[in-house]
Design a protein around this ligand. Structure first.
Ligand code: MLT
Length: 222
């Protein structure tokens, strides 16, 4: 089902079974709501899919938040867009009737960065996340508690956009917030490879996202 209501142009596909995760697909710069559908099928056949198109245009290319330069983010816009995306997921859960606790972000590049921002600023939105080529989007003044939230960070060792130190910085930040973080190094740059897909598929198969006895995340007190 494709729609442009709920605030984002998006694709929604219900999960084949109630226990299946709903993958929140977040594309990279220049992608759209269709871009990661084949990846979702490769990762979890039968998963639900919620795939919005980023609303910021950079020279005509959709993104999820503004940047001032390569790797330099407009933080005010990032914060606003992160809350906007969380509200969209909430509305979509109400409209389509899926369990919010089963939402797992799968983001690539710019999409991975806003997924990391969701974990840090809107932690109740995600039951888990696969971050493919993510960097530190923002360091919040107060870290949320995302205890036991499973996160796979899959980055390239020779990525011209993301240094190994930046990857380690993001891993440390998410671990400090309590995430159950797995860091997977790929022997490549920014492009996705079969190695990413294999590792993410195996990792997702081991998670118990949204099970009734799985612990929940919480935002810091305001
Ligand atoms: C970003 O802007 O989020 C990162 O530089 C990744 C990208 O989209 O190129």
């Amino acid at each position: 089902m494709t729609g442009d209501d709920l605030g984002f142009v998006h694709v929604f596909r219900p999960p084949a079974v109630v226990e299946a995760p709903v993958l929140l697909l977040l594309h990279g710069t220049g992608g759209n709501e269709q871009a990661l559908l084949p990846l979702a099928d490769a990762l979890v056949p039968g998963a639900g899919v919620l795939s919005p198109r980023g609303k910021v245009l950079e020279q005509g290319k959709p993104r999820f938040f503004r940047r001032l330069a390569e790797g330099v983010f407009d933080l005010e816009d990032l914060v606003r867009r992160t809350h906007e995306l969380a509200a969209f997921v909430d509305r979509a859960a109400g409209q389509y009737g899926f369990d919010r606790r089963r939402v797992v972000a799968v983001g690539f590049s710019n999409g991975a960065n806003i997924a990391a921002s969701l974990l840090l600023l809107e932690p109740a939105t995600l039951g888990g996340a696969v971050l493919l080529r993510a960097m530190v989007p923002i360091v919040p003044e107060q870290l949320p508690t995302i205890a036991h939230t499973p996160v796979l960070l899959s980055n390239g060792r020779v990525d011209p956009l993301i240094s190994p130190e930046e990857t380690e910085r993001l891993a440390a930040l998410l671990r400090r917030a309590g995430a159950d973080l797995t860091l997977a190094w790929q022997p490549v740059g920014h492009e996705l490879t079969a190695g990413d897909v294999d590792q993410a598929r195996d990792w997702l198969a081991r998670q118990r996202v949204g099970d009734a006895d799985a612990p929940r995340s919480a935002a810091p007190p305001r």
